[in-house]
Design a protein around this ligand. Structure first.
Ligand code: SAH
Length: 388
């Protein structure tokens, strides 16, 4: 669909019911101005807020799509879980989902329909939701079928028919999850077809993505996000870099050529396994990854007096913790780059850093999530001369 900068709402028929795209009543340039203003209001007291980096084509950017299923009078439907009610709102042509991912969801639904496989309704049925991920640069496509129990009726026929319908699917995984919250994944994955993961490429590196690992949903913008983090880090080749909240190690591995030593820490065991593999396949021999709580790890590093020149941190929306920041200040890296997906918690955390001898140098918002009110921001800090 051609991008029309003056278009509001994009004619999305489920705008209000779905609730996913909170800013759809604004044109894209208006959305960018709104996000810029919000970042200035929250972060302007720390440093100049650079102009937000927007998307050229702000549609169909989500290469991670999750959909629920429901039986209606019109038959089996797929769509988003409405926040609050938890009901499934049927969605056919979502403007932010990658179209290949949407197509895979429709094929999963139609295959279920054909074989009489029922969605989990809270008491009976089996399939809770589907998660589809596509590697934008590799084209690899993963369908994760999330079931209430290990039972998936007509499992073999399901996989066979799904692949006949959509041969572009490179791997099918069954994930078992009894958690009552919608869209969560369980710990158990059974690979039904293919390798059980996909790969994608960013900044000349290859990354493996498993069903449970975090990976940015907008790969077209992720390269710009990571490049900003690397530019702000400004490594000279010999530094020891810590990648905290590293997920599958993507930022660290992308930076590893420019660092002397790379250490990564991450809570999720699957992500750490992927990070180790990502380091290996990209020839990052100077990298080590550890599973653990970032704050506890940082404290151990600070106490041991191990050398730390640069820190890149990319915590979830809740932000980092006072405990992590205290330990980071004690370890005393010259440079810190903070990648944030929530400007409010970033502001809270920057305030702690600036009270402890760090100065914010650059702040650049990046629009990873057009039409939603989420905003990604990269900030860089340096240690004040006085506190050295
Ligand atoms: N930098 C990565 C991942 C960022 S998402 C990327 O760009 O892909 C944030 C990550 O923080 C998630 O992988 C999550 O599992 C991890 N995480 C959350 N709390 C944590 C904690 N207390 N200690 C370490 N990692 C944590």
């Amino acid at each position: 669909m051609p991008y029309d900068p003056e278009l509001r709402g994009n004619g999305c028929p489920v705008f209000k019911k779905c609730g996913g795209c909170q800013l759809q009543n604004l044109t894209y340039p208006e959305q960018l101005r709104y996000k810029q203003g919000r970042c200035i209001a929250l972060l302007g007291r720390f440093a100049h807020v650079e102009r937000i980096v927007g998307m050229d084509e702000p549609y169909h950017y989500r290469c991670k799509v999750q959909a629920g299923f429901a039986r209606t009078r019109a038959g089996l439907v797929s769509g988003v879980f409405q926040s609050g009610s938890g009901r499934v709102v049927p969605v056919e042509n979502c403007m932010i989902e990658d179209e290949v991912c949407s197509e895979a969801v429709a094929h999963v639904r139609d295959t279920m329909k054909e074989l009489g496989i029922r969605p989990w309704d809270g008491r009976t049925g089996s399939v809770r939701h589907v998660l589809v991920r596509r590697g934008l640069y590799t084209g690899e496509l993963m369908a994760v079928i999330v079931t209430q129990t290990r039972q998936l009726p007509s499992k073999n026929a399901f996989v066979r028919r799904l692949l006949e319908r959509m041969p572009a699917i490179t791997t099918v995984v069954q994930n078992v999850c009894a958690d009552p919250l919608p869209l969560t994944l369980g710990r158990v994955n059974e690979t039904l077809y293919g390798e059980g993961f996909i790969a994608d490429e960013l900044l000349g590196k290859t990354f493996r993505i498993s069903p449970n690992s975090f990976y940015q949903v907008n790969p077209a913008m992720t390269g710009k996000l990571y490049q900003t983090a690397l530019d702000f880090l400004d490594l000279r080749g010999s530094e020891t870099l810590l990648d905290a909240y590293c997920g599958t190690g993507t930022i660290g591995v992308a930076a590893s050529d420019a660092a002397g030593r790379l250490i990564g820490v991450e809570l999720n065991a699957d992500a750490v396994r992927d990070a180790k593999r990502n380091a290996r396949v990209n020839g990052a021999e100077n990298a080590e990854f550890f599973r653990g709580d970032a704050a506890a790890f940082m404290e151990t590093m600070a106490v041991s007096g191990e050398k730390l020149d640069a820190l890149v941190m990319d915590p979830p929306r809740a932000g980092s913790s006072a405990r992590f920041i205290r330990a980071a200040v004690k370890a005393g890296p010259e440079r810190i780059v903070y990648v944030s997906c929530e400007p409010e918690t970033l502001a809270r955390d920057l305030a702690l850093f600036t009270k402890s001898g760090y100065r914010v140098r650059r702040i650049r918002p990046i629009d990873m999530f057009p039409h939603t009110n989420h905003c990604e921001v990269v900030a860089s800090l340096t240690r004040d001369a006085a506190s050295r």
